[in-house]
Design a protein. Sequence first.
Length: 94
Amino acid sequence: MSPAPWQYDINPDRSRALIVDAEGFTVAYVTRTGPTDITTDLELMTAAPDMLDALQRAREVLLWNLGDDSRIDAAFDAVTAAINKATYTKEQTA
């Protein structure tokens, strides 16, 4: 993954933007095709590295509590699935 933090640079009419990584390299070019402002989408996309880090930390905590409660097991599976999707890996679920 491109190094964090990610930031965006949006054009004046808020219809196009670049997302860049910590080294200034382009991660994505985003365009708006509808009537909505893309700022909310950009905020979500630039938060991706932080969210992945948080999910990986949460997974470690959940791992220590597997089998104690079905809600923990379900949360572990959901977190693992999200990490797998974000990283193209196949970590085990509960």
